[in-house]
Structures are given as C-alpha cells and as structure tokens.
Design a protein around this ligand. Structure first.
Ligand code: NOJ
Ligand code: MG
Length: 603
C-alpha cells in the first residue's frame, strides 16, 4: 500500500513537471552538442590509419640501380644486386622502393634516355631478373615503383630512327621544324631561342631529315610529341606493360616539360645565351595545361589494376620542380602526387629552426583534411647534392628525424640513411653529361656524379659495391662510413635512428595530417606536436643551425603536460644523455646544434 502511495505521489505538482522538462531539454542539448558541434566527442573511436592506402603508410626508398649493388663484376649496379640487398631494405622498415630507370638505353643520361620502354638493359640484367626481384619484394611486402620517362626517348630509340627517315607511322613522334631564316643566311636557324636544361640551344639540326628537332635535355634525348595520339598510345602501352608485371606505381620524370607551346615560332623572353635558369618561368616550354588530361588518363589506367597483383591503389608521383601551389593542386586533382622538393630547394645551411618552420608551413599550406591532398617530403635524390653535404654532416640526423616525423609520405635517397656524403670527381673522371656540358672550372656546379657514388655497404674493397672497377669510384670515407658498421655498432648510429623512426612513424599519431608547430623562443629550435585522436601525443624537437651550446626549451605548456618519455634521439644526444626510453621533464629539453628528440607526452 505504501508503495502505491509513493507512486501516486511521485512527481505531482508543477515544480516536478518543470524539473523533468528541464532535464529532458538538457539531455537533448547535450546530445546535439556531442553530435554536431564537438567532433572530438562525437568520434568515439580512435583514429585508425590502417584504412589508408599503402602509399600513405610507408616511406619510399629511392634506389639508383647503377650505384646500389653490382653482382656481375662490371662495376655497374644491377637488378640482381637490388634483390641481393632486400634484407637490408627490409631492415630499414620501408614499404616501397622506387627504381631509377633500368630500361634499354645507351646510357648517355644513365638511363633517362630510354631506347625501349619495355626492355631491361643488359647492363642491369634481364626481364627474368626483374621478375625475380618482383617475387622477392612481394614476399617481403615491399612495393616496387618504377621510373617512367614520358617527355623524351633516346635518339637510339627505333621510333626516332624511323622518324628521322620520315617513316609515315613515326614521322610525327617527335617535335620537328624546318627552322626559320633569320639573318639572311642560307641555312635556316632554329625556330626559336629555347634553351636545353643542360645548356645550349634546345634544337638540333638532323642531317638525315634535314630539320631541327627539339630536346629539352640532351641532344641524345629528343622530346616526344605527346600531342600525337599515337605517341600517347605508345606511352599507355608501356605503362600497361609494367602494371601487368605488378609494379605499384610510377615516378614520372620531368613531367612539366611534357608539352610545349603550339606555335613554336615564339621566343622565350629573358633567356640567357647558354645556361638554363631554373628560376625563370619558361611559360612556352613547361607547365602546359595538357599535362593534366594525360595524368588523368594514366590514373584511370592504373585504377584499372587496383585489384590486381594484391597491390591496391597505384602511387603516381611526378617530378616537376618549382611548382606554384595552384599547379601543385592541379597535379593532385589529376590523380597524382607532385614531389615536394622544398627540403632540397629551399632549405640551406643558413636556415635555422624558425626558418625551417616557415618552409614547412608554406609546404603544407592547402594540404590536409580540407583538400584531402596528401603531403610528401623529399630530402635528396640523384640530381642534387646529398643532404649530409648540402647541410653538413652534423645536421644529417636531425634532418632525417624531421623527414620521418612530418605528415605525409617521405622519400629517402639510398645512402642518406647512413649519412653518405658527396664524393668528389675530377673533370677527367666526370661521367655526368650535365657536368660535361661545362668546362674544367664550371663543371663542379653542375655535375651530379658526387651524389651518385656507389652505396657504402661495408669496409671491404669498393665498399662491398662491386668486385670489378666501379663506374664511379667509391667515396674514400667508406672505410668508416658504411652500413655494416652502423648496423653492428653498439653505440647509437644514424642508421639505427633511421630504423627506429621508420618504425615509430607507422603508428597512428604520425600517420595522418595532424601537426601543430610549437612557438619556441629559441630561433634554432624547430618543434612540433604530432597526434591522432585517441592516440599518444609526441613532441618532436630539433636544434637546427645552432652551435655546440645547449639550448634549453620548455615544452610543458605547448604539450599540456610536464613529463614525457624519450622515444627516439639523434645518436650523439642519445650517447651523451642516456635518456632513451626514460622519463624526461618537458620543461627542460636541452638540445645542441644537430640534436633532435622525439618525446612521447605522458598524461
Ligand atoms: C630528371 C631526372 O631525375 C634527371 O636525372 C634526368 O637527367 C632528367 N630528368 C632528364 O630525364
Ligand atoms: Mg653489374
């Protein structure tokens, strides 16, 4: 009876109804806020990076096959050499390798002058060797990205041979012009003043066809006429050939050069006499809008292979220097990723931490969740001085730490993981045509041989690269600077740090777009926080450009915590501090020039 009584009396009167009304409204408001306003609360699940396509989850390791590992004693690296070194590549933790060209080529530009797109050059091995490499990489879950050079072929390509002879099928495969009479001379001059990237006129008179042909690079690299539908078909066929072999993507060479102005009787303004100036606009020979249509067609072609060979989405990455953000975004929209060369082109050894931050912010502007454009960073390649030489050996580890902890896909050039430096070659020893286009005094500013010296595997003869005579001699510092010694060393090394970082960056905190730069009072210090929803938070800090004096920074406010645990340190700091995996006060992080630390923030 008493219970009934209670029930009847439960919530009688206006006060109680008003109370219930208020509670219900409060509940509705809370649900609405949680659902629509605060994304963080709404997403109850942790950020999960495993759904990202493979190329967003990995580091790309560039191999210049000629200089990686020779197995047949001819002094030139080969495909079997790459296969032989797969355990090493796997030990780095990288999930993809990009191979510079290994196709049939007279090697005037060391493979970037292709005479047959679907053949392996005998110097690098055979198609069987390539297939074996593919099988072995597959076992190790390493993807293979191959180079593709659509702008030009070798002058020894059958297409060019036939084109010179005016064969009906091939006559329009290249860019030919009878030229123009300028100074009342008998012989025609080239149709315009365009310069080759390697220096000198971009036009070469051909005695057989009695016309000029255009070459953005070497005379032995005639530019294809990519407006020709037949040429487009040939390029598609070549891409299809390699897709069918199971490659995971393409690095597209010199893409911005692929089309030229339709009217070739226009001069470019402001050009020099001989030397090509990369900083000029070149609006008649680069960045023509036709590029995007072709890119889209290659994306479509590659997407047709999504479900084949267990690869998934193919990675199409384009090499074009000096792009504006607007053009960069057009590459993205067309289904490719344009290489971001800011860490090569903008970073120099006068740039301190704050200056690097500016470069990074500028690089990342417009990328991320709003655009869905995935960032990428490149620290070195076969065309530019090595990072350890460009920025100094003492900056190497901090630079690798930065490369591997930034958002997006990093590309690492072979040998940079151990801090290989540029080798020096006399003019007489020089092999690179870009260097040889200049004289004994000028070649040094142009030759790319120094960054192409053979991989330094160990301290045995020729650094373990070859039993024969290497095509470029090994850098003599291999005796102390080599992969084996860094791998086996009991005290921390560049290579060991590299491996730790590659491993660390696989976790969700790093494998996303999120980065918050930290305002530091010390101009030397570059610092940022990497985080993912529901994931541990990391402070990454480096002293860039500072001297040997320790600089102390307080990260406790920006990290919103006073303690952290050191995850990775640059080797010298690791040796000196002994703090690895230990707790650390975020209010007092000490870094000398070239030091860097990745710290997990503890709650
Ligand atoms: C860019 C390549 O990376 C470089 O090595 C080559 O010389 C030019 N393109 C021409 O193919
Ligand atoms: Mg060989």
């Amino acid at each position: 009876m008493a219970d009934d009584e209670k029930k009847r009396h439960f919530c009688e009167g206006n006060k109680c109804l008003a109370f219930i009304f208020v509670v219900v409204i409060a509940a509705i408001v809370t649900v609405a806020v949680v659902t629509f306003v605060d994304k963080e609360i709404r997403t109850v699940h942790k950020y999960d990076n495993s759904k990202l396509p493979w190329w967003k989850q990995t580091v790309v390791y560039q191999i210049y096959p000629r200089s990686f590992q020779d197995t047949d004693g001819d002094g030139i690296g080969d495909l079997n050499g790459i296969t032989k070194r797969l355990d090493y590549i796997q030990s780095l933790g990288v999930g993809a390798i990009w191979l510079s060209p290994f196709y049939s080529s007279p090697q005037r530009d060391f493979g970037y002058d292709i005479s047959n797109y679907t053949e392996v050059d005998r110097r690098f091995g055979t198609m069987k060797d390539f297939e074996r490499l593919m099988n072995e990489t597959r076992k190790r879950n390493i993807k293979v990205i191959v180079d593709f050079v659509p702008n030009h072929t070798s002058n020894e390509s059958m297409w060019f041979y036939e084109s010179r002879r005016y064969n009906d099928t091939y006559k329009d495969y290249y860019i030919w012009s009878p030229g123009i009479k300028r100074n009342g001379t008998n012989k025609n001059d080239p149709p315009n003043n365009w310069l080759s990237v390697f220096g000198g006129s971009a036009w070469k008179y051909d005695e057989i066809r009695r016309e000029y042909y255009y070459h953005a690079f070497l005379e032995s690299q005639p530019d294809l006429n990519v407006t020709n539908k037949e040429v487009q078909k040939e390029l598609q066929n070549a891409l299809t050939f390699w897709l069918e072999k199971g490659v995971a993507g393409f690095r597209l060479d010199a893409l911005k050069f692929m089309f030229e102005a339709e009217d070739i009787f226009q001069d470019e303004v402001g050009l020099g006499e001989y030397e090509y100036d990369e900083s000029q606009e070149h609006n008649l020979t680069t960045n023509m809008p036709e590029i995007y249509g072709i890119l889209r067609s290659w994306r479509k072609l590659s997407d047709g292979f999504k479900d084949k060979h267990g690869v998934g989405e193919r990675f199409i990455v384009a090499e074009s220097y000096g792009l504006t953000h607007a053009i960069r975004d057009d590459y993205y929209r067309a289904g490719s990723v344009p290489f971001n060369f800011d860490l090569i082109m903008k970073l120099n050894n006068t740039c301190n931490g704050h200056c690097v931050r500016k470069i990074l912010e500028e690089s990342l502007a417009g990328l991320g969740p709003s655009s869905e454009f995935w960032p990428n960073f490149v620290m070195g390649n076969h065309d530019r001085s090595r990072v350890a030489s460009r920025l100094g050996a003492d900056m190497l580890d901090a630079m690798n730490m930065m490369l591997l902890t930034l958002p997006g896909t990093p590309t690492c050039y072979y040998g940079d993981e151990i801090g290989m430096t540029d080798a020096s070659y006399t003019f007489e020893e020089t092999k690179d045509p870009q260097g040889l286009h200049f004289n004994k005094t000028g070649y040094m500013n142009h030759t790319r041989d120094p960054e192409r010296s053979p991989m330094q595997w160990n301290d045995s003869r020729n650094a373990g690269f070859s039993n024969g005579t290497p095509w470029l001699h090994v850098n003599p510092n291999y005796v102390t600077l080599n992969a084996r010694s860094q791998s086996e060393s009991n005290s921390p090394t560049s290579l060991q740090m590299f491996r730790e970082l590659v491993k660390l960056r696989k976790i969700a905190s790093f494998n996303n777009y999120n980065i918050t730069f930290i305002d530091t009072a010390q101009p030397e210090v570059l610092a940022y926080i990497r985080f993912g929803l529901g994931q541990p938070k990391y402070v990454v800090a480096m002293n860039i450009g500072g001297d040997n004096n320790e600089v102390i920074t307080d990260f406790s406010k920006s990290a919103n915590s006073i303690v952290g645990r050191v995850s990775v340190m640059t080797p010298r700091l690791s040796k000196a501090s002994g703090l690895k995996n230990k707790g650390i006060k975020l209010s007092q992080i000490g870094l000398r020039g070239g030091d860097g630390m990745v710290i997990e923030v503890l709650p």
